[in-house]
Design a binder for this molecule. Sequence first.
Ligand SMILES: Nc1ncnc2c1ncn2[C@@H]1O[C@H](COP(=O)(O)OP(=O)(O)OP(=O)(O)O)[C@@H](O)[C@H]1O
Ligand SMILES: [Mg+2]
Length: 264
Amino acid sequence: MILPRLQDAADNAEVKVSARNVNVFYGQTHAIKDVSLDIADKSVTAFIGPSGCGKSTFLRCINRMNDTIEGCRVTGTLLLDGEDIYAPAVDPVQLRARVGMVFQKPNPFPKSIYDNVAYGPRIHGLAAGKAELDAIVEEALRKAALWNEVKDRLDAPGTGLSGGQQQRLCIARAIATQPEVLLMDEPCSALDPIATAQIEELIEELREGFSVVIVTHSMQQAARVSQKTAFFHMGTMVEYDDTTRIFTNPSDQRTQDYITGRFG
Ligand SMILES: Nc1ncnc2c1ncn2[C@@H]1O[C@H](COP(=O)(O)OP(=O)(O)OP(=O)(O)O)[C@@H](O)[C@H]1O
Ligand SMILES: [Mg+2]
């Protein structure tokens, strides 16, 4: 499906995800109001805005996690590489292998460290044998900056790791299937500054190969890691532009008020 380019489209970058006139309802609550934006490939896009403005809701539209929420209804168009994410033929499980997600609270499976990371590659048949699976697990753990801490105890339960380690394990699990898009919903909110710096370094690395979308309450983090920033307010996307512009010279007063700490 070819869509007209938006004014604020990701410049000349290749568009990975396109949203047009997306609305989300939870019963009577109109949580996302007519949001249209293009998310670039091989770059980091930040979603910012006050609590309850709809950042997580919109993020979940991109891998159909809202499907799992009773009473949640999504309208409008969402495309991945020009293909309708909501087409009846799309299997949400397959979609989520291409569009991975990391949540605010680390949620490792009650399995070993190894099996947490191997889970996706196994169900999607990405490894031909044990040696290949071992290599995938190691690479994902290395990328998530966790390998050195766990390489001698891969059989230990994932839930036995510290909070920051669990979050890096969840990131390793998400990237093990080599998703094309990685959605991260406040991935560092439970992490100390060292683990946060490691995750930010990882995000910078990931952007060479993937499209990353990160929700954050930290302006500093958005400014450090992203190239584009979208500011949400009360269910609408107020402004979407280059990150440097959003943080130095936004065009909407509400964005200005938010980034200067006047609300939120
Ligand atoms: N499962 C749900 N059922 C009903 N309403 C929901 C649900 N999840 C979110 N909402 C409502 O949708 C709106 C947007 O919520 P959302 O969680 O997307 O905001 P957010 O920007 O991610 O906030 P925060 O920064 O606090 O995480 C809010 O009014 C919220 O109450
Ligand atoms: Mg949220």
